[in-house]
Design a protein around this ligand. Structure first.
Ligand SMILES: N[C@@H]1[C@@H](O)[C@H](O)[C@@H](COP(=O)(O)O)O[C@@H]1O
Length: 250
């Protein structure tokens, strides 16, 4: 795992957007895997700005998002489809039909999961996956205990995830209890991964990620086995690792 320490959230966002822009410049047909949550918001702002400045076109890019809540329509401001349209897609030149977010309103969710995996496969697989991490080590919505062998599937959200994400909803009761997520296997098949982590509340998770055993109890730990992960983390997120002496991964 390559680790880049940055000072703060803004620098992390800038660095991540530069990496993405460089990849797309090298390969305009890049298939991007995208994440939601607070962490990548700054990166999306940077990408939108770069597009406005005429620095980058996304017209040949295809995107697949990691996850979506079950039961929220695309017009709901808390759905991840709404988030992506609002933060990125509506501000760049990507045709919307090249953007993919699992459909959490599908009547047959099992079929939706299969179709999503098949679509990723047919696109040639994800070239560059952007990831955040939950405080409990979840990636996408793969909660602790998820098998490392999963493709896209339906999950029950952990109480800690519901609690952490309640800040976006009117109340904790309004947070959906289920989601569709790309599986660990799907994520691990990405050719390259950029993992973004910011803030002191993630310091324990970063420590566990870099020093813990690879275990389904802490889903992100599987990234230790991926050959091409670039962690971009700020000082606050790396604080616990640094207290204990930073080391690179085996
Ligand atoms: N499903 C998303 C994840 O993809 C995201 O990485 C994580 C962290 O969110 P945040 O960046 O807001 O801390 O939580 C959410 O539950």
């Amino acid at each position: 795992m390559q680790i880049t320490e940055v000072k703060h959230y803004e620098e992390m966002s800038k660095k991540a957007s530069e990496l993405i822009i460089n990849r797309i410049k090298q390969m305009p047909k890049t298939v991007l895997g995208l994440a939601t949550g607070s962490t990548p918001e700054g990166m999306y702002k940077e990408l939108v700005q770069a597009h406005k400045n005429g620095e980058i076109s996304f017209s040949n890019t295809t995107t697949y998002n990691l996850d979506e809540y079950i039961g929220l329509p695309s017009e709901d401001k808390n759905s991840y489809r709404f988030y992506m349209n609002d933060r990125l897609f509506h501000h760049i030149d990507i045709p919307l039909e090249q953007t993919n977010v699992p459909n959490g309103m599908a009547s047959d969710l099992t079929k939706e999961c299969k179709v999503y995996d098949e679509s990723i496969r047919q696109s040639g697989g994800i070239d560059l996956q952007v990831l955040g991490i939950g405080v409990n080590g979840h990636i996408g919505f793969n909660e602790p205990g998820t098998s490392f062998e999963t493709g896209t599937h339906v999950v029950q959200l952990a109480p800690s995830t519901i609690h952490a994400n309640a800040r976006f909803f009117a109340s904790e009761e309004d947070v959906p209890k289920q989601a569709i997520t790309m599986g660990i296997q799907s994520i691990m098949k990405s050719k390259e991964i950029i993992l973004l982590i910011s803030g002191a509340k993630k310091a324990d998770a970063v420590f566990q990620l870099l020093h813990g055993e690879v275990s389904e109890i802490f889903p992100a730990s599987i990234l230790q086995n991926h050959q091409n992960v670039h962690l971009i983390a700020d000082e606050a997120a790396l604080s616990k690792v640094k207290e204990n002496g930073m080391r690179s991964l085996r």
